[in-house]
Write a protein that binds this ligand. Sequence first.
Ligand code: SAH
Length: 527
Amino acid sequence: MSNMAQPRTAANATQDLGRAKTGKIFLVGAGPGDPGLLTLRGRECLEKADVVVYDRLAGDELLRFAGAGAEMIYVGKQSSNHTVPQGEINEILIQKALEGKNVTRLKGGDPYIFGRGGEEAEYARRHGVEFEVVPGVTSAIAGPAYAGIPLTHRGYASSVAIVTGHEDPAKEVSSINWKNLATATDTIVFLMGMENLGGIAENLQAHGRQPTTPVALVRWGTTVDQETLTGTLDTIVDLAAARQFGSPALIVVGEVVSLRPVLSWFEQKPLFGKRVVVTRSRAQASALSEALHEYGAEAMEFPTIEIAPPPTFDALDAAIDRLGEYDWVIFTSANGVEALLTRLRDLGKDVRALAGCRLAAIGVQTAAALEARGLKVDYVPSEYRAEAIITGLSDAEIRGKRFLLPRAKEAREVLARDLAARGAQVDDVAAYITVTGQAEARAAELREMFAQGKIHVVTFTSSSTVRNFVKLMGVGDIGGLLRQATVACIGPITADTARELGLHVDIVAGEYTVNGLVEALVAHFAS
Ligand code: SAH
């Protein structure tokens, strides 16, 4: 017995070692473009990957899920123009896995629908490398869905085919059996078919499909650039030529296309088609980005600001030492809340140090930051600007009272001055500083997009976002660069700064909050 156990254990050990040394390949579907359509498992694979190998059609947004240390390899595969030949991609996947790395191969749509995922998996198997497949939402289904076209429907279609429209031009005999295909299924979706649209329309009609059959072309489906064109088999070629309708697009053929006028939803969203630049810090951007996305816009995050500790904590620490003496602590931003409470912790204290103070918050988000830390806010002025705090408090609440304002080093001094003018004792203390964000790398790309009119809106949520944005863009004529874009500011002070720096301001939110800003955008584009 022990004789047999010995070699088996050894073998297991070698095998385990081998497994620990060789990485695994995850063939992950990125979905059709809308980042929200990545699966949970796909996100997990990105988060855990040592190496990410990705396509052009697998959106940049998703790459943010990869860890900071992951190696990112772009293999820029396009429908007819493989920047990196397939053989080389296969080789990269295997090599990295053999180096012991977990490789996430991110592919547009679903990896097994015309994604050559099958070939990559075969190659892995042949080289003894383990792989897993994470299906994705294919553009063949999602594109039509976002265009208001269900591929099947009880009243219209009970079958669907997904077909490649791109055939090797050198092929003598088509691999597509047009005779059988033309009338076999109620709905037919062609991918990679735009260059061959004429041939597709012709073949289908030649083999028995009615010339009046509805057809839809969906370009950049599920993204901010989505465009849909409808016609019939005998009109679509001319319509597409007139509109210069190009790739990447899919072709839907069948009666279901006629449901589009009733079922269109994505293209009806109030901010559909708008690419909106969000200039706030990465930490604060998501609330705005999510609200924009909800209304159909694409948020392009370009963080012009990051929060950093002040050059010295002396003033803040001194204030913390005598926290008990303050009647009021006024927070003007969520960053101030974060900064003060973090510093309290660093000094070995916690929120109990604030026990004797009354707390005021300017803006709902600031109040929410306090509430999230278990602190009840005593006063939130009805208006979201610093000046409003003065009018809301009575003389008795201000005169002779001690106020602490933990704020950005470069914040405006109006509030402290006005409080002092009414007899308060004010300590205006730098709790953090704002520094120019890490957006330099993307500035060139952004300038290019502005010049091409691809950016429709720029949002500013504070004067410092405006100043840093202008600095980062680094052009003499910022007004000229943004000529085609709509400029939206969260409030009048931010708008003043924008105008001073040479921008035309189109929108100033009536309510100085993220939601107010988004509502103002919606109203602007509705009119
Ligand atoms: N595996 C991918 C398809 C790859 S083939 C999937 O499952 O979606 C590439 C073709 O897919 C393109 O030529 C185009 O026809 C189609 N396609 C991909 N993304 C698209 C999108 N967002 N909108 C419309 N068509 C798209």
